[in-house]
Ligand binder design. Sequence first.
Ligand code: C6P
Length: 417
Amino acid sequence: MHPNPITEAPSSTFDVLRAREDFPAIHQEVHGKPLVYLDSAATSLKPRAVIDAVVEVYAKDCANIHRAVHLLSQRATFRYEEARKKVQAFLNAEKKSEIIFTRGTTEAINLVAQSFGESALREGDEVLVTELEHHSNIVPWQMLCQRTGAKLVVVPMTDRGEVLRESFEEKLSDRTKIVALTHVSNALGTVLPVPELIALAHERGAVVLLDGAQAVSHVEVDVRALDCDFYAFSGHKLYGPTGIGVLYGKERLLEGMPPYQGGGDMIRSVTFEETIYNDLPYKFEAGTPNIAGAIGLGAAVDYYCSFDRESVHAHESQVLRYATDALESLPGVRLIGTAPGKVATLSFLMDAAHPHDIGTIVDAEGVAIRTGHHCAQPVMEHFGIAATARASLGMYNTTDDIDALVRALEKVRELFG
Ligand code: C6P
């Protein structure tokens, strides 16, 4: 059992072998080999506590929320709203009403682009993104620019995969109304210097959204210390269920934004003449939400916070250093993305084989990695490549996993020469 995060301080040493016991999916064989899971940037494995929480909702507290007086509905509503409080505390948001449940990061960004973006942007205004963004933090803004006549401006990255303050300042202007930045790059693992970029954007009066999909499980996130205006993340990359995510927004901004979708629960009253919208956060949660997903996300936050997060991050950094050294010493391997301070992700190429062939051969050895453009085609374009192989870490990975990856890559070299 892990300590209760509310009543007990987590231990300052991270016992990875003990943590591994919490993740049932790790303990299986694929293709007759023990699974080595190195694809947590795509989705993390789920601990038993999260699986149990979701099962319990369907087995016991199976009811719709905010709608009925019967006990099951009251229990489900209570647990859903408790999950919101857990996320509030996790992000250090000032108010529970600033936490909106969405389907994931993608929906959270689309919500801001459509609701805030359409009311805030005029022709000639600018939306600033970086070359490092995931498609989810490009396409919604492109669509918004098409609708409003605003312009999408891109801050370039360096060949190491960094975003420099000077390049950012150069692209920022008095016409910049929205700055949408990834906190951590999914393709390269770069951690952007978001505190200083947010401060610069605010000096110009722009509103800042951070895409935290890859950040929440690898770096400390405090939305008040960062002073970001919006923060988006997905539950499934934080050891939680798929189909649930979060949009944090400053109350002042959320209050002024029109609803994103219309339907049940987002209204206070409806007549054919007029609809009065509900208060925050319900104004942005139309229809029956992913109740079990939100409760499962609450369990994931509890689970993750039951560890001393600094020691989890230190463990991941140590495994990443080990992996970087190991891959750098393999002949014919080239790392893509070498920004100092990067986290959890290693993109690489091999002279011998195409990334998809690498992925297929290492899979036969039991090693799960992702190959392709990682929904970050502009990053690939920067390096003049179509795809990379990507190994990405979760808290449960060990240096043994990296040794297994290296052995599998040696097989690739043997086969492709
Ligand atoms: N990246 C990856 O393998 P959703 O799909 O809404 O949960 O998250 C989208 C998303 C947005 N921003 C970043 C930085 C991301 O990494 C992702 C998801 C996965 O890298 C799947 S493409």
